[in-house]
Every structure is written in structure tokens, then in C-alpha cells.
Design a protein around this ligand. Structure first.
Ligand SMILES: Cc1cc2nc3c(=O)[nH]c(=O)nc-3n(C[C@H](O)[C@H](O)[C@H](O)COP(=O)(O)OP(=O)(O)OC[C@H]3O[C@@H](n4cnc5c(N)ncnc54)[C@H](O)[C@@H]3O)c2cc1C
Ligand code: FES
Length: 361
């Protein structure tokens, strides 16, 4: 009993101390002006105390930050050879030993408290901010909204299929972004389509479910590492769950335009028939594209629903339909358990990990 009381007192004390330190850092600490040098360019001066990610953002240097700076995606890696302070425990899960040794840090976790030197990947300097007008919006499932955003400034965007943008959520005390995959093909450069699932209590998804036709939305992009193998003989396997269908739509519509005979499989896992979005669209695409095969599976089909297709988890469909030993590239997108289970199946089918790309969300 005494032991439990001691643990409780210790816990409360350390909690209070942490809160006091955070408040002191936020409201009392004054770091003064700090010089920030990026990629050995001329330095610029900022008031110390801000997160490096936000400092770079204000400077219009847009670093991938899919979790919105919450320290949970590990996308915002930059190299900080000088002035980054000690590595925080929150960074450690995302940094390899080599990265730690070479000064790689998570920009959202580094505070600018002194003069700092930063190296960012040169391709990040091409990422731009876009303003768009909501051209159309409709629900494609009870909780998923399709948005068409017509670009106004600049008026067009170049991206690769499978990439995503980060939408700015306005009206927040600090810059707030959320990542959304582009579901339109790269040939449509004047507008992008997004699919947004409403997360209860979610900041970004609620905002994108609230916006109306003609409202202005701003975003940065494009982001994402997926590069489509251009060999038309290489089979492409796309496995999506929930809104993970968004980048698959972009990829498959791109293939229809560029190589309609290319062998390509789409596996989509939904819970119920109501969630089986774009089924008619993909059926139509399969009629137009000789190489495309479409497999939808429901994990929780409602009793008595007239679903003629497959049931079960989508990785089980992948296991059923793919032969082993075929040259293929795979792109997976969806919740982590789906990705994990599908990776295992693809391993068993002999697809090497460097041929598999995945985005978890
Ligand atoms: C590369 C990438 C691409 C993405 N593309 C899309 C896309 O095309 N369409 C899309 O809808 N989303 C996509 N996401 C997810 C999106 O970025 C947001 O994370 C999502 O919309 C939730 O943000 P929010 O601000 O609404 O919720 P938050 O305010 O961030 O979270 C609110 C609460 O909900 C919880 N939560 C957050 N996400 C989920 C979830 N998926 N399921 C259950 N609980 C959750 C949080 O833990 C928190 O408690 C993508 C993510 C990544 C990394
Ligand atoms: S922005 Fe996600 S970890 Fe830094």
C-alpha cells in the first residue's frame, strides 16, 4: 500500500514538473533572435523558440509532415549538423543508428533555440503551396466525401500517381496540416480529387467535410515517394483499405491513359457494402482495360445483404488470387493491420520488399 502511494506521489510530482517545464519553455523562455541556415544558403533570422518544421514552413520550405507535426509519422526528417540540441525520446523510434550518427532529426521535434544549420533534400524545395476552390463535393460512402479542388494559384500542379498533398486546416492557433492522397490522374493538372473519411473528433477530416462548393482550400505538395515501374510487362498489384483506395484510383486511371493493357490487380477491402466505394467505376475500367482485374472483399457484410462478391479480409483475397513467382510491383495503402498482413502474403508470394511500397493511414 505504502509502495503504491509512493509511486502515485512520484507520478503526480513528475507530471506537474513536466507541465511546469513546458509552460516555462512556452511563456518564459526567451531565446532571442536565432540564425537559420538552410542548405548552405544565406542565413535568415527568426525569433527563437519555434519548431524547426514551422520555421521552415514560414520560409515556404515545405517538409513532408503527414501527421501534422505530432511526431507520429517520421516523415519530417532533415539533417541538423549544428544547433539542433539533444535528440528527444520521441524521435528515437523513427531514426536509424546511421541517421542518428549523421545528424538526421525530426523537424517537428527540434526547437530553434540557438543558431542552427539545416540540410533538406533538394527535391523538397520544389514543393509548393496551392490555393484551390472547391468545385464539387459529394458523399461516396456514409462517411467518405469526394472533393474536387480546382486550382486557382498556381493554376496547375504536376504530380506522380500515388502522391499526396497536405491540406492546411484554417482557424487553428498553430499551422495545422493533414495528408490526403490525390485520387485523380496526373494528366488532370488543373484540379485534384481527394477522398476524405470523417474521423469522429478529427480536426482535418471535419474541416474537409465542412467546406462548401466555392470555398477556398490551401494545400502544399506534392509529397510521396512512390515511383511507378514503367515496364509495361511488370504486373502492378494495388491493395487498398478504406480511404487507401484514393491513391489506387489515381494510379489505375493513369495506367488506363498510358498503358491500358498492362497487367494490374486492384484489391479493395471494405467493411460493408455501403463502404464499397467506386465499385461501378472500377468495373467499368476493367471492361476498358484488358489487363485490369478488380477484387473487392467485405470484412463485415451485413446479414441478408445482396453482396455477390468475396467476403473476409482483403489480404486473404490477395493470397487466393496471386500466383507466386510473377514479376510485380505492389502498392499498399490503408490501416496498419491490413498493411502488415498483406506484406506477409506478398513475402510468401516471393515479392521482394524493395518492390513493395506502402502508406499507412
Ligand atoms: C500519406 C498519407 C495519406 C493519407 N491520405 C488520406 C486520404 O486520402 N483520405 C483520408 O481520409 N485520410 C488520409 N490520410 C489520413 C489523414 O492524414 C488524417 O490522419 C485523417 O484524416 C485524420 O485526421 P483528423 O485531423 O481528422 O483527425 P485528428 O484530429 O488527427 O485525430 C482525432 C482523433 O482520431 C484519432 N484518429 C486519427 N486517425 C484515425 C483513423 N484513421 N482511424 C481512427 N481514429 C483515428 C486520433 O488518434 C485522435 O484521437 C492520409 C495519411 C497519410 C499519412
Ligand atoms: S511531422 Fe510527423 S513526425 Fe514530424
Amino acid at each position: 500500500m505504502i509502495y503504491l502511494q509512493a509511486v502515485a506521489v512520484l507520478g503526480v510530482t513528475s507530471g506537474v514538473l513536466t507541465i511546469l517545464l513546458l509552460l516555462a519553455d512556452r511563456f518564459i523562455a526567451n531565446y532571442g533572435p536565432c540564425r537559420v541556415r538552410v542548405n548552405e544558403e544565406d542565413p535568415f533570422v527568426v525569433e527563437g523558440g519555434g519548431k524547426l518544421l514551422e520555421v521552415l514552413y514560414q520560409r515556404r520550405i515545405f517538409i513532408p509532415s503527414a501527421c501534422g507535426g505530432q511526431g507520429t509519422c517520421g516523415f519530417c526528417k532533415v539533417t541538423v549538423p549544428k544547433g539542433g540540441g539533444p535528440v528527444l525520446p520521441t524521435e528515437l523510434p523513427y531514426l536509424s543508428r546511421d541517421e542518428l550518427a549523421s545528424g538526421v532529426r525530426l523537424a517537428c521535434q527540434v526547437k530553434v533555440r540557438e543558431d542552427v544549420e539545416v540540410r533538406v533534400r533538394p527535391d523538397y524545395l520544389n514543393i509548393r503551396e496551392y490555393t484551390a476552390r472547391v468545385q464539387a463535393a459529394r458523399l461516396v460512402t456514409p462517411d467518405t466525401r469526394e472533393l474536387i479542388l480546382k486550382l486557382t494559384q498556381p493554376s496547375s500542379i504536376e504530380f506522380r500517381p500515388g502522391q499526396y498533398v497536405q491540406v492546411n486546416v484554417p482557424g487553428r492557433p498553430e499551422p495545422t496540416f493533414r495528408a490526403y492522397s490525390i485520387s485523380s490522374p496526373p494528366s488532370a493538372r488543373q484540379a485534384i480529387e481527394l477522398l476524405v473519411r470523417l474521423i469522429p473528433g478529427g480536426v482535418g477530416s471535419a474541416y474537409l467535410h465542412r467546406v462548401r462548393v466555392n470555398d477556398t482550400v490551401t494545400f502544399t505538395g506534392p509529397y510521396g515517394e512512390f515511383v511507378l515501374d514503367q515496364d509495361p510487362g511488370c504486373e502492378l498489384v494495388c491493395v487498398g483499405g478504406g480511404c487507401g483506395l484514393a491513391p489506387m484510383r489515381s494510379i489505375i486511371r493513369h495506367i488506363r491513359e498510358t498503358a491500358p493493357a498492362r497487367p494490374c490487380r486492384l484489391f479493395f477491402g471494405a467493411r460493408t457494402k455501403d463502404d464499397a466505394m467506386y465499385l461501378d467505376e472500377f468495373r467499368q475500367l476493367a471492361r476498358e482495360m484488358t489487363g485490369l482485374q478488380v477484387h473487392y472483399a467485405l470484412s463485415e457484410p451485413k446479414r441478408g445483404s445482396d453482396w455477390p462478391g468475396e467476403t473476409g479480409f482483403i489480404h486473404e483475397s490477395v493470397a487466393r488470387h496471386l500466383d507466386a513467382g510473377v514479376e510485380r510491383q505492389a502498392f499498399l495503402c490503408g490501416p496498419p493491420p491490413m498493411i502488415e498482413a498483406t506484406l506477409q502474403v506478398l513475402d510468401d508470394k516471393g515479392v521482394s520488399r524493395d518492390r513493395i511500397f506502402f502508406d499507412e493511414f
